[in-house]
Design a protein around this ligand. Sequence first.
Ligand code: PMP
Length: 405
Amino acid sequence: MFNSPWRSDFPTLNNIHNTLPLIYLDSAATAQTPLTVIERMQRFYTHEYATVHRGVHRLSANATHNMEQARQTVAEFVKATSSDQIIFTKGTTEAINLVANTFLPTCAQAGDEIIITDMEHHSNIVPWQMLAERLGLTIKIWKMTAEHTLELDDLRHLLSKKTKLLALSHVSNVLGCINPIKAATAIAHQFGAAVLIDGAQGIMHQAVDVQDIGCDFYAFSGHKLYGPTGIGVLYIAKQWINTLPPWEGGGAMIDRVQLPMGTTYQTSPWRFEAGTPNIAGILGLSEAINYINHIGMDAIIQHEDRLIRYAEEQMRSVDALSIYGKRANRVGVISFNLGNHHAFDIGSFLDNYGVAIRTGHHCAMPLLQRLEQSVVCRASVGLYNDSQDIDVFVDRLQRIKQLLG
Ligand code: PMP
């Protein structure tokens, strides 16, 4: 038996769920927020509330200062060389759409190619499809093997001088596999293609060093990293920050506005952040990073590794339970089905027992097609879970199995 020393930091986990103590195994969808993050945002609204950018009064100047400090905190967390490489967005989805709408239109022409994998979340598929339709680009698929791995040789065969971008996830939100993003980036660069990493499921389970990965873009969401919803980040490599055109127009992103034309734009990061930003969200995200830094990513990785291995071991004792993805390379999530029972039934029964998991296609329909499933159940862990959560979850699965036969 092992506990999480950090569990009591998360007020939601003290809740009663369907008259039972909450067993939260849905962190891959959204992670719970520690009290310090909630208090930071409350402090902003209670004592510091003002909007940012060129405010002459103290509250506004203070909010601007704190927001830019937060940007620095994010930059250091992902090991960017400077804070002007950190763009605040609504989340991973918006960060990917930003790249689709700025980067490729400046360098791709009809007939050029984008490579994505068949294990991507819809957020890392649909923006490229929409763009491909608009610009006449071709999307090529780096298919995973029958063992659900991505082989670099397969990527090599897909790349050509026409490839403008490789977009792939750091960690799959269904299989939990850590993808070979560093090696894939190096190979794509040999062909002159840029690389975007969807870090939505990587950022909370791995220490991310964007310089070491060498990627051009790295996107993630605050709410998967124990921060609030509505805030995300796009890291942009130095060589692109001032060559990419802005994407949304409005206040805060301009240098000088003239009529009828002739407006000039700010430098990065502000040129990509039109309008009033989600200041409370930014401060909350920064506090979440402080929280993680205080614990230390190594300690989190160690705890979660033990947890996920324990969970998989225990789950394998349940008769007729199929697990998707490989044990060796797994972080955070375990997707499964129980016999022929529909995933929604399993999810609903578990909910009645106080256990929160996710069921469905997980915004990864092409991946589910490869698994020959229309829906799967997914249990996912965070730093606050412990072996007792897993024991209760597996015991309830056993009971459901007995009940449904
Ligand atoms: N990519 C992956 C791998 C994800 O798991 C998610 C969230 N489920 C996203 C992208 C999209 O993140 P968001 O909805 O926060 O923009």
